[in-house]
Design a protein around this ligand. Structure first.
Ligand SMILES: Nc1ncnc2c1ncn2[C@@H]1O[C@H](COP(=O)(O)OP(=O)(O)OP(=O)(O)O)[C@@H](O)[C@H]1O
Ligand SMILES: [Mg+2]
Length: 376
């Protein structure tokens, strides 16, 4: 059966090209063409065409929002843009576009996108990812990285993200986000019917009106004493069933429990600050991970509190560790300290600060790599 298609395009030349290409396409009928995108949105809402060709304008932000709205109305969106950088393509697909065609448009690309839109395809991560922030020394900024990365991941992907406090028994994620959770990890572990998905979601506290859910550590030390590796494995399995990304903040000790967390993580963000004793400790961790046969891509080095003019350079660090630094989070005492004191993420203190931008960049780098692997 013919599918109804609408076109959002302002440039007349491009409109003619698209219409010319669609002449030969028997499976669709061009329903309407819109210069004024807001009119197009209203039309789509009531007339429900199956496919929309959406040409992106300079106002990328509102275009992405419109693509999301169109997708919510059940339309298969083919985004068209002159900017065909990987990051733009990925971002557009994340907002729900079914396919992306670069401009100037090639006929074969457009027709193949249309035939793809005739079938149902969903682009979400196939496997939930457990991302653990680790350092074998305290105070390097694990909780700051875990919290802000989780916040940015949830904003960027709009998928469900869990932030789990396994820094037992001295976790402080709840304080970093000013939450007072009523349930915690031990409630999930001791629940007689833990498979109940609703229970997992209930035990996690939603952060404001976002896709981020926080699972707190048990408040009493006695509740943590009997936590064993088997329970951690079970907990991870349950979390994987309900979330796309699971961010773990954990303690520095190398004990059985922590080894289970590291073994069962997909990515370890080995966090350090640049000073000699900490770099040496980082080296020890890398040696340990190598002896445990962790793959090199599982371990990613994060330099926190990075200072441009530090005596020891990133180059020195990379040479010493024989591994490249994955990401640098700048030192910004004022923003980070005030975010901790107020119990809000750094983006809520200042969305344009260098640390905020760095966490946005880190979230985007991680998800872009996973996304590319996934659609590979
Ligand atoms: N990028 C940064 N710039 C400036 N200060 C930072 C940065 N990241 C963390 N800090 C500071 O470092 C201190 C420790 O941070 P955080 O509590 O996140 O570390 P941690 O590794 O989780 O510590 P612990 O081992 O106690 O759990 C905080 O007081 C915070 O203000
Ligand atoms: Mg901490």
């Amino acid at each position: 059966m013919e599918k109804k298609l609408v076109i959002f395009e302002r440039e007349s030349e491009s409109k003619d090209i698209i219409l010319g290409y669609l002449n030969d396409c028997k499976i669709i009928k061009v329903d309407k063409i819109f210069d004024k995108y807001s009119d197009g949105l209203k039309y789509v809402k009531t007339n429900k065409p199956q496919i929309a060709i959406f040409s992106m304008t300079e106002d990328k932000h509102s275009c992405l929002k419109m693509i999301k709205r169109l997708t919510d109305f059940g339309v298969n969106v083919i985004a068209i843009s002159e900017d065909y950088t990987t990051s733009n393509i990925i971002q557009t697909l994340r907002y729900g576009a079914k396919d992306f065609v670069s401009k100037p448009i090639i006929k074969k690309d457009l027709l193949s996108a249309i035939s793809k839109c005739s079938k149902e395809e969903v682009k979400t991560l196939k496997k939930a990812q457990i991302i653990t922030i680790y350092s074998n020394k305290g105070g390097v900024g694990k909780t700051a990285v875990a919290t802000n990365l989780a916040v940015e991941l949830s904003k960027l992907t709009r998928e469900k993200v869990a932030l789990v406090d396994l820094n037992i028994p001295i976790g402080d994620i709840a304080t970093f986000l000013d939450l007072k959770p009523t349930l915690n990890i031990s409630d999930i572990i001791n629940n007689s019917n833990p498979e109940n998905k609703n229970f997992i979601m209930d035990a996690c506290q939603q952060y404001k009106d976002t896709e981020l859910y926080v699972l707190a550590e048990p408040p009493y030390i006695e509740q943590t004493k009997n936590l064993n590796p088997k329970q951690i494995i079970k907990l991870f399995e349950l979390l994987r069933n309900s979330f796309s990304y699971i961010i773990i903040d954990m303690g520095a000790n190398i004990d059985k429990l922590n080894m289970t967390i590291l073994d069962n993580s997909d990515i370890i963000l080995l966090t350090t600050v640049i000073n000699l004793p900490l770099i040496r400790n980082c080296q020890r961790c890398l040696d340990l991970f190598e002896s445990l046969k962790y793959t090199s891509s599982k371990i990613k080095i994060i330099v926190n509190r990075y200072l441009e003019n530090d005596e020891i350079t990133v180059d020195d660090v990379e040479k010493t560790l024989n591994k490249s630094v994955y990401w640098k989070v700048p030192n910004n005492y004022f923003t980070v300290m005030s975010s901790i004191n107020k119990g809000i993420p750094v983006s809520e203190i200042n969305e344009h600060s260098n640390v905020t931008e760095s966490f946005v960049g880190l979230a985007s780098k991680i998800t872009d790599e996973l996304f590319i692997e996934d659609i590979g």
